[in-house]
Structures are given as structure tokens and as C-alpha cells.
Design a protein around this ligand. Structure first.
Ligand code: NAD
Length: 265
């Protein structure tokens, strides 16, 4: 059967009160999954639950407020939801910094938020997934994992690390029916990126022209010559979360608009 059907599957999406994470939660819910959204604050989590329900009437959706950059936050999520069938490590922070000025604490902070948050959940959820004979782990990496910008080395480092974490854990669960993959997302239309586009090309142009100008002038590697919409990244995640993707594991799949100039990622 070629229809994606995640009925009776529970899917946790970290950092999903907005942006790509929220789009992933909506997409998974649309495929029938019972979605669990996450953010640091209860209000944001409730707004995300409402947004999923509005987008997908009748959706099964729950939420958990927890700061996943900490061990306590991970423990709170595991307490609330001891088993999930699909884990999407979407949480990630990014910013531009002069590489010579990034402090030790900033390096550590990026690692804690973008890598360790995912590692803690992967190693906690994987054993039960293997017992059930089904499980999907998808972590959201970035073009910066393989095309490291000089002003985002700290961010790029975390995304490259996720590729290695993914490859290693995929081997650790080989032969169990559980798959572990990353999605390499390209420049995507989110609130933070909207501000960045305004900074780079000004606010005079209508949005569509502004984002296309930004991509042409500042991200000329893109083959689609536009920002991606969060849903376009979400569709790749939903496919990987589904039984249809049973032959894909240990991989880095690109939803990047052709941004990374490589035949294989
Ligand atoms: P965003 O900043 O719009 O959203 C981040 C989400 O994480 C929010 O819901 C926020 O509440 C939550 N969050 C932040 N810190 C948290 C913490 N400590 N604990 C729990 N939740 C926390 O992000 P986005 O642009 O949608 O990016 C999502 C993912 O996609 C990230 O991993 C990012 O690196 C990756 N990515 C984004 C782009 C892009 O262009 N936007 C491109 C490639 C990859």
C-alpha cells in the first residue's frame, strides 16, 4: 500500500511550537499519528496544540512543556511519554557569529541544545522501539552540516554531529525494524528567517520578491531559487516516519531545494 498511514503511531516532535517543528507535527497528525508537541513554555505548547487541531480537525494531539537542552527536561518528557513510535529531533537554535569570538560557553551551549538534546532522547526511546519491532528516529540537520558557513561554524558543527549520531545509532539498532535518519533542510521560510531576509534585502519589496532576491543574491547555490516552506521539509519527515521508508536507515536525506551541490549527501 503506497498511502502514508500513521494511525495508531505516536510521534513526538521536539521544539515544535512554531516553524518547521509545528509543520512537522501538523503533517504527522494529518497522516493519522497521535502527535506530541514540545516547547519550553506551557502557553506556547497550548497554542501549538490548538494550531494542530485547527489544521487537522479531530487530530490526536498532546503537548509537553520542557527545556530539552537539560537532562531534567528530557526526563520530564520521558516521564510524560515513556514510549513513542516516532521521535523527531527538530529542536535547534541558530545564529550568526564571528568565528573568532564564539566563546567556550557558546560552543557548549550549541552542543547541548542541538546535539545532546537529541542524543538523550534517542538513547532513551530506541530500546523500546526495538522491542516493538517498529520505530522511526528523524533528526533535522541543515545544509550547514555539509556547507559550513564561516559565520555559523558553531551551528554547522552541531548539524554535522547529528549526521554522525544518526549513522552510529542506525548501526546500533540494525536488523530490528527501527530506522534512524536525518533530514538536511535547506533555507526555509520561518519567522526567524523572515527577519533575516528583511535585514539582508530591506523591507521595501513584497515578501515573495524579497525572499527570491535574498536567495538569488545570498544563497545562489539553491536550485529552486526560493525559500522552502516548512511543509516541504515536513513531508520528507512524514515519509521517513512511515512504514513506506523501511529500506532507508542511517541516511541523510535532503529537503534542501538542491542547495547542497552533491549527488550523495
Ligand atoms: P524556530 O526557531 O522557528 O523554532 C524552534 C522551536 O524550538 C520553537 O518551537 C521553540 O519554542 C523551541 N525551542 C527552543 N529552545 C528550546 C528548548 N531548549 N527546549 C525545547 N524547545 C525549544 O526553528 P526553525 O527555523 O523552525 O528550525 C527548526 C529546525 O530546523 C532546527 O533544528 C533548525 O536548525 C533546522 N533548520 C532550519 C532552517 C531554516 O531555514 N529555518 C534550515 C535548516 C535547518
Amino acid at each position: 500500500m503506497t498511502q502514508i498511514d500513521l494511525t495508531d503511531r505516536t510521534a513526538l516532535v521536539t521544539g515544535s511550537t512554531q516553524g518547521i517543528g509545528l509543520a512537522i507535527a501538523v503533517d504527522l497528525a494529518r497522516a493519522g499519528a497521535s502527535a506530541i508537541v514540545n516547547g519550553r513554555g506551557a502557553d506556547g505548547v497550548q497554542r501549538a496544540i490548538d494550531a494542530v487541531r485547527e489544521a487537522v480537525p479531530g487530530a490526536q494531539v498532546d503537548g509537553v512543556a520542557a527545556d530539552l537542552s537539560t537532562a531534567e527536561g528530557a526526563a520530564a518528557v520521558l516521564d510524560a511519554h515513556p514510549h513513542v513510535d516516532v521521535l523527531v529531533n527538530n529542536l535547534g537554535i541558530f545564529g550568526s557569529r564571528d568565528p573568532f569570538e564564539i566563546t567556550d560557553d557558546e560552543w557548549r551551549h550549541y552542543f547541548e541544545v542541538n546535539v545532546l538534546s537529541a542524543v538523550r532522547l534517542i538513547r532513551s526511546y530506541l530500546p523500546a522501539m526495538t522491542e516493538h519491532g517498529y520505530g522511526r528516529v528523524v533528526s533535522i540537520a541543515s545544509d550547514s552540516a555539509v556547507v559550513t558557513p564561516a559565520e555559523m561554524i558553531h551551528y554547522g558543527m552541531t548539524k554535522t554531529a547529528l549526521l554522525a549520531v544518526t549513522r552510529g545509532f542506525a548501526k546500533a539498532v540494525k536488523g530490528t525494524g527501527v530506522t534512524v535518519n536525518t533530514v538536511i533542510a535547506g533555507p526555509t521560510h520561518t519567522a526567524g528567517v523572515e527577519d533575516f531576509v528583511a535585514e539582508m534585502v530591506g523591507t521595501d519589496l513584497p515578501w515573495d520578491e524579497a525572499q527570491r532576491t535574498f536567495m538569488r543574491e545570498h544563497r545562489p547555490q539553491s536550485l529552486v531559487e526560493r525559500l522552502l516552506e516548512p511543509e516541504e521539509v515536513a513531508h520528507m519527515v512524514t515519509y521517513l516516519a512511515s512504514p513506506l521508508a523501511s529500506a532507508t536507515t542511517g541516511g541523510a536525506l535532503r529537503a534542501d531545494g538542491g542547495y547542497v551541490d552533491a549527488i550523495l549527501p
